[in-house]
Write a protein that binds this ligand. Structure first.
Ligand SMILES: NC(=O)c1ccc[n+]([C@@H]2O[C@H](COP(=O)([O-])OP(=O)(O)OC[C@H]3O[C@@H](n4cnc5c(N)ncnc54)[C@H](O)[C@@H]3O)[C@@H](O)[C@H]2O)c1
Ligand SMILES: O=C(O)C(=O)C[C@@H](O)[C@H](O)[C@H](O)COP(=O)(O)O
Ligand SMILES: [Zn+2]
Length: 360
């Protein structure tokens, strides 16, 4: 088993990464909690809820199963979980467990952050993508005007990553998760990026996959430890997300997974970087790699002004100017603001070039 300790200014918490941790879950949980509430989604529940409930038999344990998908990060779902938690009799000494991908983690984490002004929670990620979302304490639900607009920084007590759960992920979820690993490599580690470019993510052995996850988590850990509240370098973790979040909303949640949208967002940020700093190599090799892995890059007609307006709700916006994370070179991210006009030009030329690039 691999282990890491995330130390921030205010607190610290362990990450355990290994196989068959679910069955030994009670070893990692303080026995003094008055009750435990497991929050998961329907798909994850069919595979893993029994294991978790059995492992927690000594606790007064409850569970809530939500519908899978981004639509569940809603104010209605959030309120419903609060209602159920109250009816189960949870108190300030109870624990919430988020068992699932980033949707469950973000939602359950935000419930934990707000229930009776905050109770403990533990992340049990079950997707590749959640190697990112389970670390760093960003918890949130969506507002109809934008993604993750209602949220908190609220760190878990622990992250327990049983990588055996990843065996049931389908191809779409594998590529979705790898988009965030690629992001982490691009902003900080050229050798890792080059290594990923040589990988076929659908045919990796378990050991290689775990190494990729561990590497990605170490990059994320190192950033959030230095800048827990995104005052500075944590903004780089948003590489690719300004366009990604806007696209996810414009197309309708679920049309693209978060990671698939991030993949397009990474290309967009690299396309602008190439224009600003004059080197298109990274854009081209990544486009090629995404094509080889069947990332959905063919986007139906984009409404450029609508997309721009959605991008302007991004949390990095400064004085109503869109602030993009760009790459001077791999491992050298930089922030740059753009006028609306510049952005419209970039969105238009990027999508036109992307559609041509896909045909090749
Ligand atoms: N808080 C953060 O720092 C952060 C970081 C990245 C992404 N996010 C958020 O995370 C969310 C995306 O997370 P995600 O991609 O994990 O999505 P998800 O939670 O919706 O999971 C993807 C799909 O995989 C299924 N699934 C989960 N585990 C499975 C397993 N082991 N086997 C089979 N199926 C499984 C789920 O039921 C779901 O249908 C987005 O809402 C995004 O905004 C947050
Ligand atoms: O942890 C971070 O910081 C990130 O930016 C990680 C992103 O992958 C993640 O999608 C995050 O939720 C986006 O941040 P947001 O503040 O724009 O919601
Ligand atoms: Zn993300």
């Amino acid at each position: 088993m691999k282990q890491m300790l995330i130390k921030s200014k205010t607190t610290s918490y362990p990450i355990y990464l290994g196989t068959d941790l679910l069955k030994r879950l009670e070893q990692y949980i303080n026995p003094s909690y008055t009750s435990v509430l497991v929050i998961t989604d329907q798909t994850v529940a069919t595979y893993y809820l029994d294991d978790v409930m059995n492992a927690l038999k000594q606790f007064s344990v409850h569970h809530i199963v939500i519908e899978p998908g981004e639509q569940s990060k809603s104010i209605e779902q959030f309120y419903d979980i609060h209602t159920k938690a109250l009816s189960f009799g949870l108190d300030r000494h109870s624990l919430i467990i988020a068992l699932g991908g980033g949707v469950v983690g973000d939602l359950a984490g935000f419930v934990a952050a707000t229930f009776m002004r905050g109770i403990d929670f533990i992340q049990i990620p079950t997707t590749i993508l959640a190697h990112d979302s389970s670390v760093g304490g960003k918890v949130a639900i969506n507002h109809h005007l934008g993604k993750n607009l209602i949220g908190q920084f609220y760190v878990p007590k622990a992250v327990i990553y049983d990588v055996a759960t990843l065996r049931t992920l389908d191809k779409r979820e594998i590529r979705s998760g790898y988009a965030e690993i690629i992001k982490e490599a691009l902003i900080s580690d050229e050798a890792f990026f080059n290594d990923l470019l040589l990988t076929n993510i659908y045919q990796t052995d378990a050991k290689t996959q775990v190494n990729h996850l561990y590497h990605g988590m170490r990059i994320k850990a190192s950033i959030v430890q230095q800048d827990e509240r995104e005052q500075n370098i944590r903004r780089y973790l948003n590489f690719g997300h300004t366009l990604a979040h806007a696209l996810e909303q414009q197309l309708g949640y679920g049309q693209l997974t978060h990671g698939e949208a991030v993949a397009i967002g990474l290309l967009f940020a690299l396309y602008i970087s190439a224009n600003e700093y004059g080197n298109k190599h990274t854009y081209l090799v990544l486009l090629d790699w995404f094509k080889k892995h069947d990332y959905p890059l063919m986007i139906p007609k984009i409404n450029v002004n609508d997309l721009l307006n959605r991008m302007k709700v991004d949390k990095k916006v400064v004085n109503r100017h869109i602030q993009m994370v760009l790459l001077k070179s791999v491992g050298q991210p930089e922030l740059k603001c753009f006028t609306d006009r510049e952005m419209v030009e970039y969105i238009t030329s990027f999508f036109s070039e992307l559609m041509k690039g896909i045909d090749k």
